[in-house]
Design a protein around this ligand. Structure first.
Ligand SMILES: N[C@@H](CCC(=O)N[C@@H](CS)C(=O)NCC(=O)O)C(=O)O
Length: 208
């Protein structure tokens, strides 16, 4: 039997979102590590051959090749019938789109700017303002319920939380948003949860 394949990288919160979902769903898969340091065309050939946008994650199963982390999460919810926010696929989709444009853009790029790219201070300041606004928005959710769509975690939570486990690397102190910290603690206590660096380590991949 051919296992589904996930291409990802240790530093990629977007890849982490997918692998964490696969693990929570107990979907057996092969994790293939992609070194992102070489230029796109020089990365591992099997990845270059299938990747539609040159980015990780890419997921392959019997339904075909899929990129974009949140599209992959929706695919996994549809296939499994689980982690869909109490079957509220519309609200799940709404949060996934929010994530793609907000926290998955702001905090991920703030971290990238500080840690890898050494960006212009004006760009860093803009990304910091946007990250803080996104955390303010998220924080208001958890006055009412423990997870974004109710009493149990789903892919909306996994997606919106993915990059927050790297908040310190983006110079963000989450103590300013205690309800967000509480939500992350609840997620981290979910059986099967693991930190991105544990789950995405190249040592847990089948090949580099
Ligand atoms: N919107 C995409 C973002 C994917 C993305 O930004 N991937 C990064 C790593 S986190 C990447 O592959 N960077 C290498 C490159 O662009 O060459 C998603 O949600 O999957």
């Amino acid at each position: 039997m051919t296992l589904p394949v996930l291409y990802g990288n240790r530093e990629s919160g977007h890849s982490y979102k997918v692998r964490q979902t696969l693990v929570l769903l107990d979907v057996a898969h092969e994790y293939r590590y992609v070194d992102l340091l070489p230029p796109r065309a020089e990365r591992r050939a099997d990845f270059v051959a299938v990747s539609p946008y040159g980015e990780v994650p890419v997921f392959i199963d019997e339904d075909g090749v899929l990129a974009q982390s949140n599209a992959i999460l929706l695919h996994l919810v549809r296939r499994s019938g689980r982690l869909g926010g109490g079957d509220d696929l519309e609200r799940t989709t709404q949060w996934l789109f929010w994530e793609a444009n907000r926290i998955g853009f702001s905090l991920s790029n703030l971290r990238f700017a500080l840690r890898f790219a050494k960006e212009d201070p004006g760009v860093v300041a803009m990304l910091r303002r946007r990250t803080e606004a996104d955390l303010d928005r998220l924080a208001s959710e958890f006055d009412r319920r423990p997870y974004l769509l109710g009493e149990a975690p789903g892919v909306a939570d996994i997606s919106c939380a993915g990059y927050l486990f790297f908040a310190d690397q983006a110079g963000i102190d989450l103590r300013r948003w205690p309800s967000v910290g509480g939500w992350l603690d609840r997620l981290a206590a979910t059986p099967g949860w693991a930190h991105p660096y544990e789950l995405m380590d190249s040592k847990s991949a089948t090949s580099r």
